[in-house]
Design a protein around this ligand. Structure first.
Ligand code: F6P
Length: 547
């Protein structure tokens, strides 16, 4: 049990923040910038090659001081140290939380239950690198002697979203003659569309599941096994076309994959924190061990920064505290992440699991109902596409939507003036959200009076800008670690367990039970409500008609 005292809403800094919000909550960013010519520089920080400009938050120097104070009172330093020392900070599952060990250099020591885990981590990384090289150079052959050209990762949640995001983000660095595909949904369409143009003799499946018991993944893996053995005409083909990534060797063997072809990890790696473990095998095959190592170095650089830097210059701490400020004091319900980088198109989806499965909680570590809001909804799309869809609401809607803009100074695919236009849009959006356009300015442009209210932008809308030189594997690692530790920071302030996910259980249990009822001749289980019973009856009737 946690011994944190007092509860968040009784912390002196929290009470001071409430009083402080009454004083500054109505200040306009226009005013704040007018009062301080150096604000843009003053409210920015840098680490691991990432520059964070947080000056367009509705804060003053005093806000920052109080937020940092809050982090101290909530024991953020102690909790971060406990995480890095391998303490069982995932209280409800009694587990250590050591994803930081996955990117620790060989010469580091990270202990879990008195055992240094770093040699184990590097042993797996070395095996992964050997295997990735054999796929990349064509040495590993399929059952019929053909070279592997297609890699299909089968997994869901943390066993899918990280690899999908990273493979897309680092596609520029990929070996282009390897085709990367991902199957996650139990909807048969996902498997069917991912494999319809593939040659089984050239296809490797990576079955990726921490528990190796996830319904969607095992269903897809069974379908894949039948697809391979059916096309290659021999069950022995499985050994050349399937590898597994899991913590559960017994289940891997029971499925029929030789554990010699399994890459392991450990229960102290949470699914949504696992992209730097063996779960990253598809990423490593795509970009190569060297680039994967550079990505790990980026993660590690941000880990070190998070653990050591003073809170007021600590990027993950600042990002986390600002999210708390916006959620709990400005009633922000959502947080948009808008990368001005096409390769980061899957980053918002990745961050949704990271943030919302971690901090979508309603009880404290002690099991009491929280008296404060917890995680906002994370969402987003690449800019500039978002500008032509949901940005209208962000500029003129009734709800404030804090936004993280992410951009890079150098393009990976230079083309005329595309990159300058892209970045001009990023800076312009942040500026427009913050400063808006007043009625006087609109009138001065000759706008007819009846149209003036429609053309006004009140501004004062919060955003952060994250800027790095170039989207490299190192930069991606630093960026993802930044969000990981920001999510951790938020969870510590809200005093919740950011590392369990009990909220996904009920639906799984009900789905298992419901699935058994479709083929039954009996009336749907009366334990259901009238709505569910009626839906099941209708489905049974109509699916038979379609047969
Ligand atoms: O159901 C949620 C979840 O447990 C996630 O936390 C996890 O990332 C995902 O399912 C997949 O789990 P596994 O890797 O064990 O198949």
């Amino acid at each position: 049990m946690s011994s944190r005292m007092p509860p968040l809403d009784e912390c002196p800094a929290w009470k001071n923040l409430i009083a402080h919000h009454r004083e500054v909550g109505n200040l306009h960013l226009r005013q704040l910038f007018a009062d301080d010519a150096g604000r843009g520089e003053r409210f920015s920080a840098e680490a691991a090659g990432i520059h964070l400009d947080f000056s367009k938050n509705r804060i003053t120097g005093e806000t920052l001081r109080l937020l940092v104070r809050l982090a101290e009172e909530c024991g953020l330093r102690e909790r971060a140290t406990a995480m890095f020392e391998g303490k069982a900070i995932n209280l409800t599952e009694r587990r250590a939380v050591l994803h930081i060990a996955l990117r620790a250099p060989r010469d580091r020591r990270v202990a879990c239950d008195g055992i240094d885990v770093v040699p184990h981590v590097h042993a797996v990384l070395d095996r992964m690198a050997g295997f990735a090289d054999r796929i990349r150079n064509g040495e590993w052959k399929g059952y019929t002697g053909r070279r592997i050209r297609n890699i299909v990762n089968i997994g869901i949640g943390g066993s899918d979203l990280g690899p999908v995001m990273a493979c897309e983000a680092l596609r520029h660095y990929s070996q282009r003659d390897l085709c990367m595909r991902f199957v996650s949904n139990v909807d048969g369409t996902d498997f069917s569309e991912a494999t319809r143009d593939l040659d089984a003799g050239e296809t490797l499946f990576i079955v990726c599941s921490k528990t190796f018991s996830t319904l969607e993944t095992l269903t897809n893996a069974s379908t894949a096994r039948a697809w391979v053995t059916g096309r290659l005409g021999d069950d022995r083909a499985v050994a050349r076309h399937f590898v597994a990534v899991s913590t559960n060797a017994a289940a891997v063997a029971a499925f029929g994959i030789d554990t010699a072809n399994m890459f392991g990890f450990w229960d102290w790696v949470g699914g949504r924190y696992s992209m730097t473990s063996a779960v990253g095998l598809s990423t490593m095959i795509s970009i190569g061990p060297e680039n994967f190592g550079a990505m790990l170095a980026g993660f590690h650089a941000m880990d070190e920064h998070f653990l050591g830097a003073p809170f007021e210059r600590n990027l993950p701490v600042l990002l986390g505290l600002l999210a708390v400020w916006n959620v709990n004091f400005f009633d922000a319900r959502t947080l948009a992440v808008v990368p001005y980088e096409q390769y980061l198109k899957r980053l918002p989806a990745y961050l949704q699991q990271l943030a919302m499965e971690s901090n979508g909680k309603q009880v404290t570590l002690e099991g009491a109902r929280v008296a404060w809001d917890t995680s906002p909804v994370y969402w987003g799309e690449p800019g500039t596409n978002g500008q032509h869809s949901f940005f209208q609401l962000m500029h003129q809607g009734t709800r404030a939507v804090p936004c993280d803009f992410i951009g890079f100074c150098q393009p990976l695919n230079p083309a005329g003036n595309h990159h300058d236009l892209l970045m001009a849009n990023l800076f312009a959006q942040a500026e427009a959200l913050a400063f808006g356009r007043s009625a006087a300015e609109v009138r001065a442009e000759g706008t007819p009076e009846w149209l003036v209210p429609h053309r006004c932008f009140e501004g004062n809308r919060t955003s952060n800008v994250l800027l790095a030189e170039r989207l490299t594997p190192h930069a991606l690692g630093a960026l993802v670690a930044l969000y990981e530790h920001s999510v951790f920071t938020q969870g510590v302030i809200w005093n919740i367990d950011s590392f369990d996910q009990w909220g996904v259980e009920l639906g799984k249990v009900l789905a298992q039970r419901t699935a058994t009822e479709f083929d039954s001749a009996r009336d749907p289980d009366l334990r259901h409500d009238s709505s569910t019973n009626a839906l099941i009856r209708r489905y049974r009737r109509l699916r038979q008609q379609g047969d």
